[in-house]
Every structure is written in C-alpha cells, then in structure tokens.
Design a protein around this ligand. Structure first.
Ligand code: CMC
Length: 378
C-alpha cells in the first residue's frame, strides 16, 4: 500500500484509471474518448456523444438509429412516478425532485443483474430517456399543471424543449440546446462523477448511482453555480457596477460564481464554445443586457485574478444561453444533470470492468482513551 500525505479535496490524487475523458488544464483542452470537445460540438449530437462515452466508440449509423429509437420508446414515465412527484412541495428545488425521482426509478427497474449486458443496456437507455421527462414533468406539476407527454417524432433536444413549453421548438434553438448537452456530458473526475463511481463500486443499481450523483451535482461549488451566475449578473445590474462589485467580493474573500476551476488554469474550452452559442442566439433572437455585464466581469476578473489562473468555467456562459432559450433559472442544474447522466453511466460501466470497492483511509486527528462521562456530570 502506498501511503501519501493528506490532500484537502483529494487535489491531485488519482481516484481511477479511465479512458473516458481527458483534460489538460494548462492549455484548456478537453477530449471525450480522445475526440476534442470542439469537434464534437461542431459535428456530433448529444445521443451520438453519449453512445461514444458509454460504449467507448462511435456508433455505426444503424447502431445510432437503434439507440435513438430505443431511447425514444422509453421516454414515458410511469403514472406512479408522476403521482409521487405531485406529492412533492411545489417550492422544492427541481434538483431535489430529480434526485428523489431518479432514486424512485430503482423501485421499478432494479434487478442488479450487473453481469447481464441486456440489463446494463436497458438501464442506460431508461436513464437517458426518462431523466429529461422527469425534469420537464416536475416543472409542470409544481405549477399545478399536467406534464406534457413526450413526442416520438422529435429529437432528444427538441423533445425536451417541447415538453417544457408545449410548443415545437425552432430547429436552430434545439440544435443550440443539443450542443449544450454535449458540452456538459462528461468531465473526468469531478465531484459528482467521483460520487457516482464510489456508489457504483458497492455494486448497487444504476438508479441509486445517478441519484447520488445528482445530489452531489446540486451544490453551488459544482453544477449549482450556473444559476448563481444569473443571480449575480442581475445583482451587478450594470457594466458600471462591475468594478465595485468585484472589489467588494475580493475584499470579503467571496468567490465569484462561474469562475475558477480545480483543473483549468485558463479559460475553460466549454466556456469558449458556450459564449459563441450565446452570441449566435443573441444575433438571432436579440441581445441580453446581462451579456455586456458578463463580458465586463470576465475582463475585470482576468485583470485581478488571472495571475492565479482564475477564468470563466463552464457555468459562466451556460446560464445566459439557457435563459435565452426560456428555461427557468432553477432548471439550469437539472439540465446539467440530463447531460451528465451520459458521463456518470460511462463511469459506471468502466467501474464495473475492474471494480474494487472504494475504501480510502483517513488521518485521525481526534483524542484517544477518554473516560465516559455520564450525562448528569457533563
Ligand atoms: N472567485 C474568487 N477567487 C477564487 C475563485 C472564484 N470563483 N475560485 C478560486 N478562487 C481563489 C481562492 O480564493 C483561492 O485563493 P487563495 O489561494 O488566495 O486563498 C484560490 O483561488 C484557489 O481556490 P480554491 O477554492 O482552493 O480552489 P478549488 O480548486 O478548491 O475550487 C472551485 C474550485 C471551482 C470550487 C472554485 O474555483 C469556486 O468556488 N468557484 C466558484 C464556483 C463555481 O463557479 N463552480 C463551478 C465549477 S466548474 C463546473 C462544475 O464543477 O460544475
């Protein structure tokens, strides 16, 4: 056994050997299965990318058609899951609703036949198919409306936007949304993926794995940052207020949401693509005053914190894109989850291939051999 020094946040400690994705944080490079993210964003679809991540190779045309068809046919959710969601408080956060609903899928489908490729395939298909339906269903249920049924004739991205708005989306908007899903699908050993792998290592079912990863993604230091960015830009309110806002944050040692990354020390390559997508959207559907504030903030943060390697991360521009697509702010992180299910499932499969249960050590810094003191004497 190799003993090593305690590293807070396990910084720099490899938690797995993986072939799924690669990041070079010094130059801002991200690859899925060896393919640069830029090439996937320009040419692939989310489901093709999900297939690549999960099965390790690009699908042939027929395989992709079959995969898409299977997913389309599993989009519906059981009425008992919808009924369960009706009992959730409407003020509850959609990430909490998603975590509970993902776990509930296990009540219906869990057999834990982890050596059966058919079980694995069906679990992959069900999770990719049903998570978007559950996100959209909660959006309607919390407003007191019935969920919109998925439409089999629409693509993965177009169907989600349709289920949200009960209106067939412009193909351009569906294309932008699909690219956002590609960009969020996987990102090496981030907190939620680590959580997924730890849960997977106990040989539990994939619904429990996704539920635990959703819970981890929800926090503001991880996926939850995208909605905080929109709140922050609204709070800044004007380009003139960027500098005073930043000074105040730095004086109180507060984090600027959407900036900084454990691995990237330059601008996140996904942020660059998302910024272009935001600009394409503004050209087509009109600008957004928050974008000017975002640009000014990016410049001001680079001047103040660039020497520390703090630049925009994936969450900085994604919210502006989602906002323009008409998505409510508290659904930004569930949408991140819809995409990241692909990465979590890829890691589930990889973990199973060479599984050993995660059981790290700790450095005990407490007391020893203390006497028991009865309550009345404490
Ligand atoms: N604003 C201001 N200072 C920052 C920021 C920031 N956003 N991020 C890091 N720093 C500073 C931090 O104060 C520290 O400075 P010093 O060494 O002088 O004390 C230094 O940079 C290192 O920061 P850290 O918190 O130790 O870095 P970390 O690797 O533990 O945390 C992070 C990474 C992403 C949690 C952090 O940068 C952060 O909290 N960012 C804001 C939240 C955010 O945007 N999260 C989304 C992350 S990317 C997508 C995802 O994972 O979902």
């Amino acid at each position: 056994m190799v003993a090593c020094e305690f590293q807070p946040g396990l910084e720099g400690i490899p938690a797995a050997q993986s072939q799924i994705s690669f990041v070079n944080g010094q130059v801002g490079k991200l690859e899925y299965r060896g393919v640069p993210i830029e090439a996937l964003a320009d040419n692939s679809s989310f489901l093709e990318t999900a297939y690549l991540l999960i099965w390790g190779e690009f699908p042939k045309s027929d395989d992709l058609d079959a995969f898409q068809e299977e997913i389309t046919h599993h989009r519906r959710i059981k009425y008992r899951i919808r009924d369960m969601m009706k009992c959730f408080p409407e003020s509850g956060h959609p990430m909490d609703a998603l975590q509970a609903s993902a776990a509930a899928l296990g009540l219906f489908y869990s057999r834990r036949a982890l050596d059966d490729p058919i079980y694995i395939r069906r679990a992959v298909v069900r999770l990719l198919a049903k998570i978007p339906t559950m996100v959209a269903a909660f959006e309607h249920i919390r407003k007191g409306n019935d969920p919109v049924r998925p439409r089999d004739d629409l693509s993965y991205a177009a169907n989600f936007l349709y289920m949200m708005n009960e209106q067939e989306p412009d193909p351009f908007l569906a294309q932008i949304f699909d690219t956002c899903l590609i960009l969020h699908a996987e990102h090496t050993m981030n907190a939620s993926t680590f959580s997924a792998r730890v849960t997977a290592s106990t040989l539990t079912d994939p619904y429990a794995i996704v539920a635990s990863a959703v819970g981890t993604l929800a926090g503001p230091l991880h996926g939850g940052a995208n909605e905080e960015v929109i709140t922050m830009l609204a709070e800044i309110g004007s380009v003139e207020n960027v500098q005073p806002f930043l000074e105040e944050k730095l004086a109180t040692k507060s984090k600027i949401m959407g900036f900084g990354h454990r691995v990237y020390k330059v601008k996140d390559p996904r942020a660059k693509i998302l910024q272009k997508l935001a600009e394409q959207l503004f050209d087509k559907t009109g600008g957004d005053p928050s974008y000017e504030i975002a640009l000014a903030l990016e410049k001001a943060v680079a001047e103040k914190l660039g020497s520390k390697g703090i630049y925009p991360n994936v969450d900085f521009y994604s919210g502006l894109v989602y906002q323009k697509l008409g998505i409510p702010t508290d659904l930004f992180t569930p949408i991140f989850a819809i995409a990241r299910v692909a990465g979590w499932l890829a890691h589930w499969r990889e973990q199973l291939e060479t599984n050993r249960i995660y059981r790290p050590s700790q450095v005990y810094i407490g007391d020893h051999s203390l006497a028991y003191i009865p309550p009345e004497s404490r």
